[in-house]
Design a protein around this ligand. Structure first.
Ligand code: BV8
Length: 246
């Protein structure tokens, strides 16, 4: 049976198929970017409450700026891996719609050639001004003294990322895509962070799409998926993309 739904020939013959791909830190692990909850993950070295919540930023903005400044510099040396490139190939060659919904704040999907991407947790290489709301690409360090390029006010710049307790971006667009997709892939995520971790349950409830997890090891939500493929993303993702395209 193909990788699509069991009723893959159902629906009007002219309806284009669509694939939604949720990705997490695991897809960027082999590019040298840290994951969060693996044995030496980021959250084992720093307390997420201190650096990934609005309360932590209000309590110690210097610590938070140091945390994101280090990741922003580290990211600029990172290269996309074969998993990122395989998803870009799928988007280019698949006869239908492919949407990548990433929890990652890195730009490796873009560097790997993908274009149809939602960064639901924001982007590390962008900053936002808490005073005027301006968002722009920013590759340098920021501090409390850095003035906003638009309103020139300092003390209000922050990384344009979604912290715990903040609303992820593009929730409506994501829900619409989940409702109409035929195949839902979850790649390199431990299934710990909501609302992303709840998408596979939504897919099952709607009963339309086939769901496949591709992860180094079974995630928290592995049993919710129709299929689970375990291994390093740079091996299992290109192979799975080949299967879909042939
Ligand atoms: C919100 C950005 C209100 C910053 C991040 C129920 C419903 C709704 C919310 C909640 C809920 N229960 C609790 C909540 C609150 C909270 C939450 O989920 N807490 C958790 C800890 C319980 N959620 C929120 O606060 C979210 N906002 O809820 O708003 C709302 C309510 C309803 C509906 C809408 C809105 C906001 C969460 C966003 C927080 N920001 N990051 C930054 O990056 O600094 S989260 C952070 O975790 C990253 O984004 C990361 O991507 C994300 C998820 O982690 P993973 O990507 O899965 O990474 P992890 O290390 O955990 O796992 C890596 C996996 O890869 C592993 O499985 C590993 O085996 C695998 N792997 C490793 N190497 C490889 C590999 N796989 C393949 N190949 C390899 N080589």
């Amino acid at each position: 049976m193909g990788v699509f739904t069991m009723t893959q020939n159902s629906g009007p013959s002219n309806s284009r198929r669509s694939i939604v791909i949720l990705t997490g830190a695991g897809i960027s692990a082999e590019s040298g970017l840290g994951t969060f909850r693996d044995k030496d993950g980021i959250w084992t070295r720093v307390n997420l409450e201190d650096v990934a919540t609005p309360e932590g930023f209000a309590r110690d903005p210097v610590m938070v700026h140091d945390f994101y400044n280090a990741r922003r510099q580290n990211l600029q040396d990172a290269e996309p891996n074969d998993a990122h490139k395989a998803l870009a190939r799928l988007e280019a060659e698949f006869d239908g719609e492919v949407l990548i919904v990433t929890q990652n704040v890195d730009d490796l999907h873009e560097k790997g050639g993908a274009k149809n991407i939602i960064h639901m947790h924001g982007e590390l290489l962008k900053i936002r001004c808490g005073n005027c709301g301006h968002v722009c690409v920013w590759l340098e360090d920021i501090s409390l003294e850095t003035p906003c390029p638009v309103c020139k006010t300092s003390h209000y710049l922050r990384p344009h990322v979604v912290w715990f307790g903040e609303m992820p971006f593009e929730m409506g667009r994501i829900d619409a895509a989940l409702t109409t997709c035929d195949l839902f892939l979850s790649i390199g995520t431990s299934g710990n962070v909501y609302p992303a971790a709840g998408y596979v349950a939504q897919i099952r409830e709607m009963g339309r799409a086939r769901s496949v997890e591709l992860n180094l090891e079974p995630s928290e939500g592995a049993t919710m998926f129709d299929d689970c493929i375990n291994g390093p993303a740079t091996e299992i993702v290109p192979a799975f993309v080949d299967q879909i395209l042939t």
